[in-house]
Design a protein around this ligand. Structure first.
Ligand SMILES: Nc1ncnc2c1ncn2[C@@H]1O[C@H](COP(=O)(O)OP(=O)(O)O)[C@@H](O)[C@H]1O
Ligand SMILES: [Mg+2]
Length: 244
């Protein structure tokens, strides 16, 4: 399995008939384990739609999507998407969306519980996650007592509970100041380096680009290869076309 995620000719449209709007018009991309790609493009260019399609939240109208070597829509059997999402993917959003009446630690424990990890194993894992994100000393606090950056780090701890193969982060730094935003990006980079996690992160902030492997630029519904750091584009001309 060479790529954590691979898309060829992905299309996505909203609406029917005259109201139909094509947002993705044939997106090609391929991201290896341990790579961090920034997803950039103007507002309304389809960045969130792309993440939702790659994250198995929205079914594309056409195209091929391969996650961890598994052809999601092209195989004879449709895999259990909800289960794949729960077990293989991690989502991070602009706002942490922590459960307000649970402490930081309980928020992480809840995610573990949903994965079937309970008791002592869950407690140890939650503390390890909070520790690695530098918020162990905040773990007993409710979200309202945390700063924006701390909340986001707890949300990341929660997203990492399943040790995801692919992290999809939709503007995770947009609600943070520059310094905290950069810290979150560095954290995603470290995860990729240390765990081989593949990361796609939507950002508008070019100051974050020091941390990324490359840029996936959405223009007119397709991916424009970045001249300086080419996205490993999937070629339509058969096998072996993925090598840089
Ligand atoms: N659920 C939806 N129904 C109809 N149109 C949508 C829906 N979600 C997004 N769109 C439209 O699709 C386009 C891309 O949206 P989005 O993926 O959110 O872009 P971005 O995240 O780059 O700002 C926009 O024109 C938006 O209005
Ligand atoms: Mg968006």
């Amino acid at each position: 399995m060479e790529f954590a995620v691979e898309a060829r000719g992905l299309r996505m449209a909203y609406g029917e008939g005259r109201a139909r709007v094509e947002v993705l018009k044939g997106v090609d991309l391929a991201v290896r384990p341990g790579e961090v790609f920034a997803v950039m493009g103007p507002s309304g260019s389809g960045k969130t739609t792309l993440l939702n399609v790659l994250g198995l939240v929205t079914e594309p109208t056409a195209g091929r999507l391969v996650l961890g070597g598994q052809d999601i829509y092209g195989g004879r059997w449709r895999p259990n998407l909800q289960r794949l999402r729960r077990e293989k993917l991690g989502f991070i959003f602009q706002f942490a969306n922590l459960i307000p009446f649970l402490t930081a630690r309980e928020n992480v424990l809840l995610s573990l519980d949903l994965l079937g990890v309970t008791g002592r194993a869950a407690a140890e894992r939650a503390d390890e996650l909070l520790q690695s994100l530098g918020v162990a000393d905040r773990s007993h606090l409710l979200p309202e007592k945390l700063s924006g950056g701390e909340r986001q780090r707890v949300a990341i701890a929660r997203a990492l509970a399943n040790d995801p193969k692919l992290i999809l982060a939709d503007e995770p730094t947009a609600s943070l100041d520059a310094e905290r935003g950069l810290a979150v990006m560095q954290l995603l980079r470290r995860l990729a380096d240390e765990h081989g996690t593949a990361v796609l992160v939507v950002t508008h902030d070019t100051r974050m680009l020091g941390e990324v492997t490359g840029v996936i630029r959405l223009v007119d519904g397709t991916v424009q290869a970045d001249e300086a750091r080419p996205v490993p584009l999937a070629r339509a001309d058969g096998e072996g076309g993925f090598s840089p």
